[in-house]
Design a protein around this ligand. Structure first.
Ligand code: GLN
Length: 468
């Protein structure tokens, strides 16, 4: 077993080539591969080249360069970039151009990172395979015919294909970690409230977090540190300072969650890593997790409830698609929404409206909130005894395109292991840990205390040093 064993296309890095050359290399790859992969919906060639040229001039003049100078990234199509289209991969926002930058974009721009395009995703970030996009599915760059994961599938595919160094995703129930796992990459869902959601199209506001996907842990950390921290425009951001990462002694006590029903290759990798860690002096203990069966129901009740409210704003009046067939106001709302939303989004609006309706609210929504609290308390008490909680990111390696599209429940069940961290708000880092005999990537995730992202980074570096 070797760390991040999957071969990935790599771009030159700052220092290895001029900024202009890095952008040209990325554009050449995009030109060669994007039509097949469908990872990017827009490419910002001119802007990226202009930014690179300015950086090259600064460098030539011996001026100091900002921290992320020359690192290329793409933004998921639910994160606003001023002057560019923003559609959440939905027909309902077709043609919409964002008038402003999300806070994360503003911060990355100021740090010299170069945005090279807009990444495909599942419609309104609802999905686990990137097959719910109005702009077509994304191919996994590492395995022809397989999904890249979702909902940030275009983001992960863009990194794996060497279009950029880092990609921004959003994670409501796994949408950064699962596609990162399916593409053999690192992916971080920060603590809820750590990164501003200003400029992120809301899916389920009490779950959503923006985070980075990258082939290199160093790049992931650098992007995280620039994006994280309090923002006056998002009242849910925390005021805790973001402590710059410094390498430390790895945490020694790990709780190990190994659910039943794992794919044999995932199970074998987990077991092998467990044994290596133990041999190397870590105290890794298999812990019983009594709540597996409640995770998916609680997650889908709460997120669809929030989504039904968040998506009420797409009414055909304020922005996006407006039906040409409507004669009355009622008809305008109904037809615009019917024509604009795809089937998965409609399914979730219906489910969310149902669980919030009088007579069912207590039976579903209130119960799910209680489950959420119980999970949080359990996790906090577990983290009182262990420094890290480790579990697989996905029970299976990537599946084939089309394999689960006929059965939404099967698709929902594939999120079992990732929704946990969103229900409790704890940070979670996906770490690539190898591949199946057929070359399909396998991932493991590390969870830790609120705002202790640095502990996850330390643990991931320790794993890399051990070759797992
Ligand atoms: N696959 C999950 C869902 O469909 C997670 C999505 C996400 O994290 N945005 O809800």
């Amino acid at each position: 077993m070797s760390s991040a064993a999957v071969t990935k296309a790599t771009l030159p890095r700052p220092g290895q080539a001029s900024y202009g050359e890095i952008v040209h290399a990325a554009l050449a790859r995009i030109a060669a591969e994007n039509a097949r992969l469908n990872a990017l919906l827009d490419v910002y060639a001119e802007e990226a080249l202009a930014q690179a040229e300015a950086l090259d001039k600064q460098a030539a003049a011996g001026q100091p360069l900002p921290r992320l100078a020359g690192l290329l990234y793409v933004h998921k199509d639910n994160i606003a970039v001023a002057g560019h289209r923003l559609s959440a991969a939905s027909r309902i926002l077709e043609g919409f151009v964002s008038p402003y930058d999300a806070t994360v974009i503003e911060r990355l721009k100021a740090a010299g990172a170069i945005c090279i395009g807009r990444a495909n995703c599942d419609e309104f970030a609802m999905g686990s395979s990137n097959e719910n996009s109005a702009y077509g599915p994304v191919q996994n760059p590492l395995a022809e015919g397989y999904v890249p994961g979702g909902s940030s599938g275009g983001s992960a595919a863009a990194v794996a294909a060497g279009f950029c160094h880092v990609a921004l995703g959003s994670d409501t129930g796994g949408s950064i970690r699962q596609p990162a796992a399916f593409c053999g990459l690192y992916g971080l869902k920060p603590t809820y409230g750590r990164v501003s959601r200003y400029g992120l199209i809301a899916y389920a506001s009490s779950f959503d977090q923006i985070g980075p996907i990258a082939a290199s842990l160093d790049d992931l950390i650098a992007f995280y540190e620039v994006m994280a921290g309090w923002d006056s425009r998002d009242a849910t951001t925390a005021a805790y300072p973001v402590k710059p990462y410094t390498s430390q002694e790895p945490p020694k006590r790990w709780a190990w969650l190994q659910p039943v029903g794992l794919h044999p290759a995932v199970e074998a990798h987990m077991q092998a890593i467990y044994e290596i860690l133990q041999k190397k002096g870590f105290v890794v203990e298999k812990v019983d997790f009594p709540y597996w069966e409640y995770l998916i129901p609680a997650y889908y009740i709460l997120t669809t409830a929030e989504a039904s409210s968040n998506l009420a704003r797409y009414d055909g009046v304020r922005y996006g698609h407006r039906s040409a067939q409507a004669h009355t106001l009622e008809e305008l709302y109904a037809r615009s929404r019917r024509e604009g939303f795809g089937p998965e989004v409609k399914r979730r609006i219906l489910l969310g409206t149902f669980v919030l309706s009088a007579g069912y609210y207590d039976a579903y929504y209130t119960q799910a909130q209680k489950v959420r609290r119980i999970l949080y308390d359990f996790t906090e008490s577990l983290l009182g005894q262990y420094a890290i909680i480790a579990l697989p990111t996905s029970a299976t390696p990537p599946f084939r395109l089309g394999e689960k599209t006929q059965d939404p429940i099967q698709m929902y069940l594939s999120d079992l292991l990732t929704v946990y961290a969103n229900l409790t708000g704890h940070p979670a880092l996906q770490v690539p840990v190898g591949q199946t005999a057929e070359g399909l990537p396998i991932g493991l995730q590390l969870m830790g205390p609120l705002y202790e992202e640095n502990r996850l980074f330390t643990a991931a570096y320790a794993m890399a040093a051990l070759g797992v």
